[in-house]
Design a protein around this ligand. Structure first.
Ligand code: HEM
Ligand code: HEM
Length: 227
């Protein structure tokens, strides 16, 4: 398996994510994973070994709630302080078109090593646009259902039961998405450079030109001045 590609400081680089986006992304990653592992300790029967890592079932429940509050705060900071960035993100998702569909159709072939020519992509490619729609929706469902489960006395009993189902289904779908996403954003040959965009803020200019040609042209290329 290939590890994350070497970070090259001595080649032209372009900014991909600002500090706020990176802080928010890694903040919700840590809190999401803490919620996931503590949640699994409560969800799976016979996961005493997992609960033991957090000091038992009561400890897992406590860490789950602390991480949940951390996740909520980080999401709130990201949404308020990064409002302009969120709008730009939505606008890019709404540009979903033929090139994105072609990306989604061709990507599995590239994933398994077949040589394919992927059409030019905007800031987020077709797969990332899909991830941008599904994963945040699951996180929002987890947050809303989670608070209903936390304070059952103030909600109708039927809603609390629905919240448990919602929490479990959103956990499974969110975890499947995050697992694929984490691999593609780190070890996957070809897309690994994107890790540096999220870690240090910049990616190699040649990589950006190749993987996100439309975004590169509009942000750093000839089309920048045309706008
Ligand atoms: C604001 C965010 C969240 C809140 C307020 C929240 C709250 C809760 C609460 C109150 C429980 C019941 C705990 C107990 O019985 O002691 C719970 C269970 C659970 N949570 Fe969360 N949670 C949140 C986010 C997450 C996330 C992000 C995940 C996974 C990715 C997750 C996965 C689980 C699982 C698997 C359970 C066990 C459910 C069951 O037993 O059916 N939670 N959560
Ligand atoms: C666990 C390790 C993770 C790694 C290595 C990782 C890596 C990355 C990288 C490199 C990007 C930037 C991709 C680009 O250049 O456009 C990114 C974006 C993103 N990440 Fe993560 N991430 C992780 C966890 C998570 C988690 C837990 C969530 C949400 C619960 C999440 C949600 C997103 C979203 C919505 C985007 C923007 C859309 C996209 O690029 O797919 N990530 N991530």
């Amino acid at each position: 398996m290939q590890w994350i590609p070497e970070y090259k400081a001595d080649v032209p680089r372009v900014e991909r994510f600002n500090f706020l986006a990176r802080f928010s992304h890694w903040g919700h990653t840590v809190t999401f994973l803490l919620c996931l592992f503590t949640g699994l300790a409560l969800f799976l029967s016979d996961a005493g070994w997992l609960a033991a890592i957090f000091g038992g079932y009561a400890g897992a429940g406590l860490v789950h709630r602390i991480a949940a509050v951390g996740l909520t705060i980080i999401l709130a900071i990201g949404m308020v302080a990064g409002f302009k960035g969120i709008i730009a993100w939505f606008q890019d998702i709404l540009r979903f078109g033929v090139n994105d569909i072609m990306f989604i159709v061709k990507f599995p072939l590239e994933f398994f090593g077949f040589p394919v020519k992927v059409p030019p992509q905007t800031r987020f490619n077709g797969g990332e646009k899909g991830n941008s729609m599904v994963t945040p929706t699951m996180v929002i469902l987890l947050v809303l259902s989670g608070y209903i489960m936390w304070f059952p006395a103030i909600f109708p009993g039927g809603l609390v039961r629905v919240a448990y189902w919602t929490h479990d289904i959103a956990m499974v779908l969110g975890t499947v998405m995050v697992s694929m996403h984490a691999y593609l954003g780190s070890f996957h040959p070809g897309s690994g450079e994107s890790f540096w965009g999220m870690w240090k803020g910049t990616v190699r200019a040649d990589w950006a030109k190749h993987h996100h040609a439309i975004w590169y042209e509009e942000t750093y290329g000839d089309k920048k001045d045309a706008e």
